[in-house]
Design a protein around this ligand. Structure first.
Ligand code: PEP
Length: 250
């Protein structure tokens, strides 16, 4: 089985000195855990200084987004090869904030996943339903509709190289975590769907849970059979909280 993976998504928070301090504190407090991979996703402008500090450490670099094109006249965008230049290993794609605030469709998300793979970045494909969709009994249908365009675009073999983060929209930044059973049920659904499409590898595929993960709920979530790590927002901005979550997985 692949190592557990915990990724911190700093979103659009902090400044240069706070980013440098945060990475310093994480490195000081995080022991190397043999069964765990850890990454942080700073804002684009702090990738370079964070990358410099992470060099030769066990913590990997991630980005929060990328352009679906690899170069050209796309003002304000950041291309996959540019991220790769800094030693970026992971890139979040299709975060619910990108989908809801910036209108990213599942087709655009699929194009971004493809570009990330071409740039040898590991895409972390975020999927998840809103509260309204859950209450209407549509959670699985929504997740299928987010996975399907990606599968159709990149194919089942490449899908095995994609990390998938199940992030129920109603649990992101709200303090409401999905119960371990609710998360496990959706993770099992995703795994089964991918297995049926021959897009799952027991050795490489990983399903992360995201949505108000904290030090005090992480261990129970990681105890579920199909939860292989976490995508952490708010709690990744405090080194001790983030490191405690990593410990729960390690
Ligand atoms: C996220 O934005 O990916 C996330 C999971 O945020 P939070 O942990 O703050 O809910």
């Amino acid at each position: 089985m692949a190592k557990y993976l915990v990724i911190g998504n700093w979103k659009m928070n902090g400044n240069l000195s706070r980013s440098e301090q945060l990475v310093e504190d994480i490195l000081a407090q995080l022991p190397v855990l043999p069964t765990l991979e850890v990454a942080v996703c700073p804002p684009f402008t702090y990738l370079a200084p964070v990358a410099k500090r992470l060099r030769d450490t066990a913590v990997k670099l991630g980005a929060q987004n990328l352009c679906e094109h690899s170069a050209g006249a796309y003002t304000g965008e950041v291309a996959g090869p540019m991220l790769a230049d800094f030693g970026t290993r992971f890139v979040l794609v299709g975060h619910s904030e990108r989908r809801s605030l910036y209108g990213e469709s599942s087709e655009l998300v699929a194009a971004k996943v493809e570009t990330a793979l071409e740039c040898v970045l590991t895409p972390v494909l975020c999927v998840g339903e809103t509260l309204e969709e859950r209450e209407a009994g549509k959670a699985e249908a929504v997740i299928s509709s987010q996975l399907q365009p990606v599968l159709a675009r990149i194919g089942s073999s490449a899908m095995k190289r994609v990390v998938i983060a199940y992030e129920p929209v109603w649990a992101i930044g709200t303090g409401k975590t999905a119960s371990p059973q609710q998360a496990q049920d959706i993770h099992a659904f995703i795994r089964t769907s991918l297995q049926q499409a021959d897009a799952w590898s027991d050795d490489h595929s990983r399903l992360l849970y995201g949505g108000s993960v904290k030090a005090d709920n992480a261990a129970e979530l990681f105890g579920q059979a199909d939860i292989h790590g976490a995508l952490v927002g708010g709690a990744s901005l405090k080194a001790e909280d983030f490191v405690a979550i990593c410990h729960a997985a390690g």
